[in-house]
Design a protein around this ligand. Structure first.
Ligand code: FAD
Length: 492
């Protein structure tokens, strides 16, 4: 194994060549309120083993990352998938967000490819929620598709093994070597208990949810709370068992009563809901963590502790006020914070609210979907909640859906880097719709196929023939009904 030595790298272009100098400077964060001892810079020097020979490095194994890795590996790529936790699935498993929204548009099924395969394989193995049969979720009026997060983890383990993907759990991507002027990533620094590794691949896909790889590479990004005035609140999911589902009747009336009784430390006026993931247990999405800046560790750490308190209080509320929950028990809160908004890249195209409102069809669309624009209240105030929602909600009629173009996966000016999932190039309103898991899976599948196509044809993310990409995705089962295809991607 080759090794590289880390020295100061700030301000240098380090593309190409083995034995480069790389450095890791520990600088006090400017916004940090951390200890006053962090005043000066400290430079470390280390020898880091280099690993080469990969076609693709995928950072993050959530809905977009697992689809990206599967798609590329099935097209023959040598893929390394790195995931910070100990399982795949991201928010679906570590975040306990175990339900897909409706996958039909009222006339047609929008799910194909890997998304459809995941649903069907979960059904075959008995991992979907009770009563989940294709007649219910694949035909009008369609229902939400809850599933058991533990079963989903097992399925994903099997799929990545079958596809020959090298998976590294408990491994974080912590730095990137790249040239923004050339639009190229040269390699990524990974870290786990064995130390640092410098990994080179031909292509890179950022599926971290926070655009971490892209940001570290120097891609232009927008950050909630800094580039926008507000941050949508986060939520910590929880699994609750011993629920008597037959006796449940709504919850908002009970919530109003509890708020009037002074039950909550942080009064809230909205209930998002419960997914029936098993016969007597469900995934509960209740309560918000307001002003959580997921990109600042101090904030995120404090938010997790606060989130657990909020989740417990909501659990106690259900037990006390809502029929059917009297004997309920809390199984677990999620290990990952449910972040709705953090960082979004600036891509070759930015999907915007107008595109959704006008049901825009893109020649290079890699998926179609419809989901309401889900903007949560920025503070615990009923008026803020209602105003925001009523202004932005788009109601879809039967048969209506919008297109998700390839070019929102491509960071502006970059050649061997794609971003898929929540942090793609989109305005806040459009992002409020496309961040759901089915769309993230479609985006991941497309990014994986695009990366392999670029490698094989000697093209780049920006010069990719999108007609060929759409044809590949259709062959993989994707529902892409656009009548006209173009070689060029959609740009502004
Ligand atoms: C409260 C809440 C409720 C939601 N409800 C629903 C719902 O009901 N249905 C639905 O379909 N969608 C829902 N969503 C949206 C959806 O869950 C997410 O937007 C979606 O999971 C995003 O997918 P992703 O692949 O971009 O990232 P994620 O699911 O966030 O996965 C990212 C993965 O990358 C890993 N990672 C991050 N950084 C690194 C790093 N540096 N190195 C290595 N690994 C890293 C993480 O551990 C994680 O596993 C909800 C979201 C929230 C927050």
């Amino acid at each position: 194994m080759k090794k590289i030595t880390r020295r100061n790298f700030i301000g240098q272009s380090l593309l190409g060549g083995v034995g480069l100098g790389l450095g890791l400077s520990l600088l006090p964060s400017q916004e940090s309120e951390a200890s006053t001892t962090q005043k000066s810079e400290y430079t470390l020097t280390r020898h880091i083993p280099i690993e080469e020979g990969y076609d693709l490095l995928v950072a993050g194994g959530g809905p977009s990352g697992l689809a990206a890795a599967l798609s590329a590996a099935r097209l023959g790529g040598k893929v390394l998938l790195v995931e910070g936790t100990g399982c795949l699935g991201g928010m679906a498993t570590s975040g306990l967000v175990s339900a897909f929204p409706r996958i039909g548009d009222g006339k047609d099924l929008m799910a194909g490819g890997i998304l459809w395969e995941l649903i069907e394989k979960m059904r075959e193995r008995g991992y979907l929620g009770p009563g989940m049969v294709p007649e219910k979720y694949a035909k009008p009026p369609y229902c939400w598709i809850p599933f058991n997060a533990e079963g989903y983890k097992l399925l994903l383990d099997d799929l990545v093994k079958e596809a020959g993907i090298e998976v590294r759990f408990f491994t974080k991507l912590i730095d990137v070597e790249a040239s923004a002027s050339e639009g190229k990533v040269a390699g990524a620094i990974l870290h786990n208990d064995e130390g640092y590794r410098f990994v080179r691949a031909k292509a890179y896909i950022d599926c971290t949810g926070d655009a971490t790889l892209a940001h570290l590479a120097g891609v232009e990004c927008r950050e909630a709370g800094r580039d926008t005035p507000n941050i949508m609140p986060a939520s910590l999911f929880q699994y609750v068992c011993n629920i008597d589902f037959k006796r449940i009747k709504g919850g908002s009336g009970y919530l109003k009563q509890a708020v009037e009784d002074g039950f909550f430390t942080q009064p809230e006026y909205s209930l998002t809901g419960l997914y029936k993931a098993g016969k007597s247990f469900g995934a509960l999405n209740a309560g918000h963590v307001f002003n959580l800046d997921a990109l600042r560790n101090k904030n995120l750490s404090e938010g997790m502790m606060w989130g657990r308190k909020v989740a417990r209080e909501f659990f106690e509320f259900y037990k006390k006020y809502v029929p059917g929950y009297e004997n309920a028990e809390q199984i677990a809160t999620s290990a990952l914070m449910g972040v709705r908004e953090s960082r979004r890249i600036v891509g070759e195209y930015e999907l915007c609210y107008e595109d959704l409102r006008t049901l825009r069809v893109f020649p290079d669309q890699i998926g179609v979907f419809r989901y309401h624009i889900d903007i949560h209240p920025y503070k615990a105030d009923p008026n803020v909640h209602n105003t925001t929602r009523s202004k932005t909600l788009k109601k879809f009629l039967d048969g209506e859906h919008f297109g998700v173009p390839y070019s929102i996966l491509v960071p502006k000016g970059w050649d061997n880097l794609w971003v898929a999932g929540r942090s793609v190039s989109s305005d806040i309103l459009a992002n409020g719709s496309i961040r759901v898991q089915p769309v993230c899976i479609m985006m991941g599948e497309a990014a994986g196929a695009a990366a392999m196509q670029a490698i094989r044809t000697g093209t780049t993310a920006r010069t990719l023939d999108t007609k060929q990409l759409v044809t590949t995705l259709r062959k993989q089962g994707a529902y892409l009904p656009q009548p006209v295809l173009n070689k060029e991607m959609t740009r502004h």
